[in-house]
Design a protein around this ligand. Structure first.
Ligand SMILES: Cc1ncc(COP(=O)(O)O)c(C=O)c1O
Length: 415
C-alpha cells in the first residue's frame, strides 16, 4: 500500500503494520478481532479511553449541526465555551486556534517575535531546554534539540540558545543566572515538568519556576508547551498547575479533544494580546489555517473538559498514577540495571543498551515482542514507557510491565 508513514524508515522487506478496524477503552482491535492494549494513548492523544461515548456523542451532534465556519469573520458557541473554560482554568484570556501541536508552538513563537516588534523592541534569541522536542514545522524544529529528526534541516533552522536539562548541576544554575542578565531573549520555551520525546525525562516544578523567573527578569516571555503534558499526563490537568510561575503563552493539542480530532490552541495572556490590540493593520497577527476553530474539534474539546469536571476522572487519574509509582518502586528493587521512573501517568524505564538514543534496537525489538503478546508499545529508543488512558485498570498496567520484564530478562539471556 503506497502510504508513507510518519517517523518511520521505509525499506524493502519491511513488515506491514497491523490494520486496526475498531477501538474501545484501552484496546485496539484488528480485523480478525485480536485485542491490543494501547500503552501509547495513540501517540499521547487519547485521554479517557478510545471512542469514549461522551466525546463521540458531542462530535456526532456537532456534525449534524455545524460543520465549519470561516473563523476569521465568524464565531460559534463551541469555540466560545471552550475558550471560557480554558481561561477559567489557566488565567490566560485569549485563545488562538490551529491544527496540531507543531502549529500551536509555531504560533506561540511568531506571536512572541511580533510582540516585541509591535512595541519597537529588537530581540534576537529564543532559549529552550537541551533535549527539547516541540514539533516538526520549521520554527518548532528550531527550538527542538538538534537530533536525528532535525539533522537534514539544520542549516535552515534559526538560532536558539540551550539551557542544560534542569537538575542540581552547577551548569544548569549558572545558565539560569546568565539568562536573568540577558535583555535580547524573545522567549523561553519549555515542556513543563516532563520532556516527552527526549525519553520521558521529568523534573520538579521548582526548576521550571527558576527558569521562568530568570527569563522574566530580562523581560523575555515564557511559553509552556503542554502539547504532551496537558490533560492529566503529569498527574495535574496541566503541568503548570503545579508551578508557581504561570506562562505568558500555553500551547495545547494532543489530549485537547480527548484524542478524537486534531486541534491546536495557543492560549495568550492579556499583556501579550494588548501588543496586538490596535487599529494599525501592520500590527495585526496574520496567521490562519483553513480549519481554524473547527466546530467538531471544539465540541470534542468541550466534552473532554466536561469529563475533567467529574470526580470519577480524578479518581482514575490518582489511582493510575499511584499504581505506576508503586510498580516503578518495586521494579527498581528487582532491576537496578534498568532504572524506572514515573511522572504522573507515565512510567519510563532505561533499558540497558550498547547504543542508546532513538535508534537503539529496543525500539523495534521490544515493540515487536510486546505486540506478539497483545500490548502496543513504542519505545523511545532504549527508553520503554507505559502511558495508559484513564480507562485502564491497574491489572492492565501490571500486565504491560510484566511483558517488558520478560523482554528484558530474555534479551539479557540472549545477549
Ligand atoms: C511537547 C510537544 N510539543 C509539540 C509536539 C508536536 O505536536 P504534533 O505532533 O501534534 O504536531 C509534540 C509531539 O509529540 C510534543 O510532544
Amino acid at each position: 500500500m503506497p502510504i508513507w508513514r510518519p517517523d518511520e524508515p521505509h525499506y524493502p522487506g519491511q513488515p506491514y503494520p497491523p490494520c486496526i478496524t475498531r477501538a474501545q477503552g484501552s484496546y485496539l482491535y484488528t480485523a480478525d478481532r485480536q485485542a491490543i492494549w494501547d500503552g501509547t494513548c495513540a501517540w499521547w492523544v487519547t485521554v479517557h479511553g478510545h471512542c469514549h461515548p461522551v466525546i463521540a456523542e458531542a462530535i456526532a451532534q456537532a456534525a449534524y449541526t455545524l460543520d465549519q465556519v470561516l473563523f476569521a469573520d465568524l464565531t460559534h458557541p463551541a469555540a466560545e465555551t471552550l475558550t471560557e473554560k480554558l481561561t477559567a482554568r489557566t488565567g490566560l484570556p485569549y485563545a488562538f486556534f490551529s491544527d496540531d501541536g507543531s502549529t500551536s508552538v509555531e504560533i506561540a513563537l511568531k506571536i512572541a517575535i511580533q510582540y516585541f516588534r509591535n512595541q519597537g523592541q529588537r530581540r534576537t534569541t529564543f532559549v529552550a531546554l537541551e533535549g527539547a522536542y516541540h514539533g516538526d514545522t520549521f520554527g518548532a524544529m528550531s527550538v527542538s534539540a538538534r537530533s536525528l529528526f532535525t539533522g537534514p534541516f539544520e542549516e535552515w533552522l534559526f538560532r536558539v540558545e540551550w539551557l542544560p536539562f534542569p537538575s542540581q548541576d552547577e551548569r544548569f544554575w549558572a545558565a539560569v543566572q546568565r539568562l536573568a542578565a540577558r535583555d535580547d531573549v524573545i522567549a523561553f520555551i519549555g515542556e513543563p515538568l516532563l520532556q516527552g520525546a527526549a525519553g520521558m525525562r521529568g523534573y520538579p516544578p521548582a526548576y521550571w519556576d527558576a527558569i521562568a523567573r530568570a527569563a522574566r527578569a530580562g523581560g523575555a516571555l515564557v511559553i509552556a508547551d503542554e502539547v504532551f503534558t496537558g490533560f492529566g499526563r503529569t498527574g495535574h490537568l496541566f503541568a503548570t498547575d503545579a508551578c508557581q510561575e504561570k506562562p505568558d503563552m500555553l500551547c495545547l493539542s494532543k489530549g485537547l479533544t480527548g484524542g478524537f480530532l486534531p486541534m491546536g490552541l495557543t492560549l495568550v495572556s492579556q499583556a501579550v494580546f494588548e501588543a496586538f490590540y490596535t487599529a494599525d493593520p501592520y500590527k495585526a497577527f496574520y496567521h490562519g489555517h483553513s480549519y481554524t476553530g473547527n466546530p467538531l474539534a471544539c465540541a470534542a474539546a468541550v466534552a473532554n473538559l466536561q469529563l475533567w469536571e467529574a470526580p470519577k476522572t480524578w479518581h482514575r487519574l490518582h489511582t493510575l498514577t499511584a499504581t505506576q509509582a508503586a510498580m516503578a518502586q518495586a521494579w527498581n528493587a528487582r532491576h537496578p540495571e534498568a532504572p524506572a521512573r514515573t511522572t504522573g501517568l507515565v512510567l519510563a524505564i532505561d533499558l540497558p543498551a550498547a547504543q542508546k538514543g532513538y535508534l537503539a534496537s529496543h525500539r523495534t525489538h521490544l515493540k515487536a515482542y510486546a505486540l506478539e503478546r497483545g500490548i502496543f508499545l513504542r519505545p523511545l529508543g532504549n527508553v520503554a514507557y507505559i502511558l495508559p488512558a484513564l480507562s485502564s485498570t491497574p491489572d492492565e498496567l501490571a500486565r504491560a510491565l510484566e511483558v517488558i520484564e520478560r523482554y528484558l530478562v530474555e534479551a539479557a539471556i540472549s545477549a
